[in-house]
Design a protein around this ligand. Sequence first.
Ligand SMILES: [Mn+2]
Length: 340
Amino acid sequence: MNFTNVDSDWKKINEIITSCSKILLTTHENPDGDGLGSEVAMYHHLIEIGKDVKIINCSITPAMFDYININDCIETYDESNHLDWIKECELVVVFDVGDFSRTRIVKDAVEKFKIPVMNIDHHPHPEKHGFAYNIVDIKSAATGCMVRSYLKVARSAPLNKKICDGIYTAVMTDTGCFKYSNTDTFCHSIAIECLENGVDTNYIYQKIYENSSKERVSVLAEMISNISYELNGKFAWSFVTNEIMKKHDANKEDLDGFPDFIRSIEGVEAALMIFEIDDDLCRMNFRSKGKIIVNKIARSFGGGGHAFASGAVVHKSIEKVKSMIVKKSKEMILNQLETS
Ligand SMILES: [Mn+2]
């Protein structure tokens, strides 16, 4: 069943979900607020209606999300602990993945037992996605907005605070605190609903955005000092090498938001951040203020994502990536600027 880019038939989707009694919820590796918040909201709803449900992710949950990880409801995959449970699942619901392979070992376990997978997501997906049910709305600001739409149909009871904490986290993080161009009236109506249900929005804001480690701040300082400006300042890019990471004793989580930081600079239309993962492996993230479609650029390097926020992973050394990717990105950005 494919619901891609049509008004999602939540009633039909609800029939599928409620017909199953044992349900696994999961999201992508290095989970973000949208993936985790969507899972948690769905989890509390399904628990309330008496389902046997677990959230099992391939990655550990970042500490800043501990306020939605009540009673450690978000578990990290452990074969000895979870394989037997997963074996008996009737449905897997996966949130915000873009690509199912980003659930890593959880995907392997699910495929081993041929459990049908329902994808709820707002990233573009390839035609051959392999999901039993593919519910994709690329116009949705967050997967959490889609979960809210689903719950509107699935529940007669109002949302409880635990559900709202999840939904608010999802929508707040994927809209950059209701700032990005994807923010629409639905996002704000969700915020109102969450406030009315007792969500402490300032507490959540502080947990996510005013919680920078000192390591993060020192890597950020070095990243900022490495920013290069191209195309009269319309394109800016920077990088973080493994050596820089070691020097500041930083971890992956410390790098969140770096691409958005570059985009925030006056006059910058497109931003690029390059992260060295290994000697011959780099990750890059593109951000746009709205004039440049950056997933076109990411796609040309085998990646993907949203029109104004996208990324790719390339098997090349950081030195090669810096020269090759920057040159290609410049050409593609210039081309878009000239034709706009
Ligand atoms: Mn998302």
